[in-house]
Design a binder for this molecule. Sequence first.
Ligand code: TPP
Length: 112
Amino acid sequence: LLGAAERGIDLVVVVVHNDGGGIFSFLPQAGVVDEPLFERLYGTPHGVDLVSLSAAYGTPARAVDDTGDIAPAVREAFAAGGVHVFVVRTDRTENVELHRRLNAAVADAVAS
Ligand SMILES: Cc1ncc(C[n+]2csc(CCOP(=O)(O)OP(=O)(O)O)c2C)c(N)n1
């Protein structure tokens, strides 16, 4: 974001904010290592307020709490032009469960 606002570009960034490295929650060690240690070694939550961080780089950001609001916000941002940042909070554990449900639904659909 550094310098983005002054370059006269149109840019819309949607940050999926899971406070860490979500990909590691899919690895086998997520089910073996106890949670505090897993968080310290793999999840590595940064605890940073990304809306404030973006503002510090000169781009006001907005937290979008309702996923239904993301698409309209992005459309409005592109229509307005300039640089926009939206921060969408997600949960790393819920994300794994959602992927498992989707994988199971696809496997069921393919099998039937
Ligand atoms: C330069 C570099 N350092 C470390 C890694 C190892 N690595 C792979 S994924 C990842 C964390 C990804 O976290 P994030 O970008 O927040 O994405 P998420 O998994 O939460 O979607 C890391 C550190 C890498 N790929 N490249």
